[in-house]
Design a protein around this ligand. Structure first.
Ligand code: PMP
Length: 400
């Protein structure tokens, strides 16, 4: 009865890893998926995560009971404070509801489903370009997805005018997806002044912000600095949604731990919204897993572990920034044609190189370098050892 099922396409991002795994070359480099690697090219488990896990294992009072539908209460409270700020008005006034979800993706999906059921304007605007999964997540949640201009290929920077025009002409009340920091795939973020203009425009037109925060602390190395965009909106008294992921900043990729927070106008509304979030979650996966959230809560509530985390987080961010400089210097030293300054200007895990799909295909075929066809490279997959090889490949691709 399933003979008619056709082969589905590989995921554009995760499919890169599938192709990489099949490649036998000793020189192969995977710059596709956004996962942190050490200078030796190995995945990293943070020391502070090991310590927290040890604590959890040693605590014989811990059981494996189901969590509530909304997840671990302590985790939710600490997550809201982490992104919104402990002294932010919605936290202080108890008008934010937070539910533990399956990492960033699950948080976006639960938020999308809630909006489709309970919000009057079912259109969400997402930037062009954006993380490839956004369109699918929100469409399947029941929202109608539209785009706003974001990136200008000519300047390899923000198309701020285009962004303001598109948001300015969006229907009043529409939802707008904003990358809190380290925009994926472009690495281009608005400045704080630009954020302020975006905020004023959105509030004046009653556009509802839905922040995707997948890289807090990963962009600048500072958790507070990377949350500024969200905190400005949280401080002005209006509503917002924010999806948090601990995949990158705690290296908890496979633990699938994240949170959806919704900032409301009053604590009464927050209570009612939470009751409806439970109705979204219960038939989907009943309740979230306990282990990852326990690790995060253990770290966030302990001053020493928290400080240790910020140091390890900054070290990851700094290594990525150092890779940007090494690649930029290497291309300059080789005299590769083009202005490569965007490599050091862009922010976060990725560089949007400007290489076209043909050049990417050439680099994969001839140099065994794997990346998404839009020319995005994960800087965290690069090391001092592989920079010369990537330089050769880019040089050959652009001088062909
Ligand atoms: N949003 C953005 C912008 C991302 O880059 C990612 C991960 N690549 C996610 C959300 C979701 O990640 P996860 O579900 O692993 O937390």
């Amino acid at each position: 009865v399933f003979a008619h099922v056709v082969q589905g396409p590989e995921d554009p991002i995760l499919g890169v890893t599938v192709a990489y795994n099949k490649d036998q070359s000793p020189n192969k480099v995977n710059l596709g998926v956004g996962a942190y690697r050490t200078e030796e090219g190995k995945p990293l488990v943070l020391n502070v995560v090991r310590k927290a896990e040890q604590k959890l294992v040693n605590d014989m009072s811990r059981v494996k009971e189901y969590l509530p539908i909304v997840g671990l209460a302590e985790f939710n409270k600490l997550s809201a404070r982490l992104i919104l700020g402990a002294d932010s008005p919605p936290v202080q006034e108890n008008r934010v509801t937070t539910v533990q979800c399956l990492s960033g993706t699950g948080s976006l999906r639960v938020g999308g489903e809630f909006l489709a059921r309970h919000y009057q304007e079912r259109t969400i605007y997402i930037p062009t370009p954006t993380w490839g999964n956004h369109t699918k997540v929100f469409t399947l949640a029941g929202l109608s997805v539209k785009n706003y201009r974001y990136y200008d290929p000519a300047t390899r920077g923000l198309n701020f005018q285009g962004l303001l025009e598109d948001l300015g002409s969006a229907p009043a009340g529409a939802v707008v997806l904003l990358h809190a920091c380290a925009h994926n795939p472009t690495g281009v973020d608005p400045t704080l002044e630009q954020w302020e203009q975006i905020r004023q425009l959105m509030r004046s037109r009653a556009l509802l912000p839905f922040f995707d925060s997948a890289y807090q602390g990963f962009a600048s190395g500072s958790l507070d600095a990377d949350a500024q965009s969200v905190r400005r909106f949280a401080a002005d008294g209006g509503e917002l949604l924010v999806a948090q992921s601990y995949a990158k900043n705690m290296g908890l990729y496979g633990e699938r731990v994240g949170a959806l927070s919704i900032v409301l106008k009053t604590s009464e509304v927050a209570t009612k919204v939470e009751s409806q979030l439970k109705l979204v979650i219960r038939p989907m996966y009943s309740n979230p897993p306990i282990h990852g959230a326990s690790i995060v809560a253990t770290i966030l509530k302990d001053r020493d572990l928290f400080n240790e985390w910020t140091i390890e987080l900054k070290a990851m961010a700094d290594r990525i920034i150092s890779m940007r400089h090494q690649l930029f210097d290497s291309l300059r030293a080789k005299g590769t044609p083009g202005d490569w300054s965007h490599i050091i200007k862009q922010i976060g895990m990725f560089t949007f190189t400007g290489l076209n799909p043909e050049q990417v295909a050439f680099m994969t075929k001839e140099y065994h370098i794997y990346m998404t066809s839009d020319g995005r490279i994960s800087m965290a997959g690069l090391s001092s050892r592989t920079v010369p090889h990537l330089t050769e490949a880019i040089h050959a691709a652009v001088t062909r």
